[in-house]
Design a protein around this ligand. Structure first.
Ligand SMILES: *Cc1c(COP(=O)(O)O)cnc(C)c1O
Length: 230
């Protein structure tokens, strides 16, 4: 069986190759290890191999791991859907949130961020596939949401995130990532100081890097297949 360390190395090689293929500087894309469903000892192995940023989707599961791994200097990213009655522990325990899609959630996260902690680093999640079932703000609503979030005292708006429609067609992958990139560039042109384009997962990170991703969120390619949720 492949070890976590060697899987992590392969993912880093894929990222480096993708950067080189499109002429981007080495190291311009960072790696978020998506560890949902995996136990603390698995994260510990990835940490021992040098990984510091971990992404979690399910709050209760994440809080248990944050407690179990409190001895490590992990940067925790929340990347799952957020219910409004669950914002407080997210504001208290995470460094980053990638899945802000409504003003009300942003307001609560800002109000509940404890004094003394740095601002919560935030990406706005955008629905780039047009599927009604998908999370994320509609592209037409992103500017208003960005204006709102940028005005909140305890959040720092860093960029945009998307989970495109799952497809193996590289052209279709790139077309969806290009929508997010276009919104990102549009906000920057309006003066938002954004530096994070959170897009690309195990099966499509090359397409995301080609379209300008600065952070890829990778689970399966590091930790193996997840058990299917019933
Ligand atoms: C699970 C998940 C990932 C990782 O997906 P893989 O295909 O396992 O790499 C990335 N982003 C989000 C938001 C996820 O929920």
């Amino acid at each position: 069986m492949e070890t976590i360390a060697s899987a992590l190395e392969s993912v880093k090689r894929r990222i480096a190759a993708a950067e080189a293929d499109c002429g981007r500087p080495a190291g311009s894309v960072s790696l978020l290890a998506v560890s949902k469903t995996h136990g603390p000892e698995t994260l510990r192995a990835a940490y021992a191999a040098g990984q510091r940023a971990f992404g979690e989707n399910y709050l209760q599961e994440a809080l248990a791991k944050i407690d179990a791994l409190a001895d490590l200097s992990i940067e925790w990213h929340f990347i799952g859907p957020i219910q409004s009655n669950k914002t407080k522990p997210i504001a208290e325990r995470f460094a980053w949130v990638h899945s802000v899609e409504r003003e009300k959630i942003a307001d609560r996260l800002s109000a509940q961020r404890p004094p003394g902690l740095p601002p919560l680093q935030v990406c706005l999640q955008v629905n780039v596939s047009g599927e009604a079932s998908k999370s994320g703000a509609q592209p037409d609503d992103v500017l208003a949401l960005a204006v709102h979030v940028a005005g909140l005292p305890n959040l720092r708006l860093r960029g945009l995130m998307a989970i495109p429609k799952d497809t193996d067609d590289a052209a279709e992958q790139r077309a969806q990532f290009r929508i997010l990139r276009g919104l990102f560039d549009g906000l920057k042109q309006r003066g938002f100081a954004l530096d994070t384009l959170s897009m690309g997962m195990s099966h499509d990170l090359e397409a995301a890097v080609a379209e300008g991703a600065t952070l890829v969120r990778v689970g399966t390619a590091i930790f193996g297949a997840r058990p299917k949720k019933a």
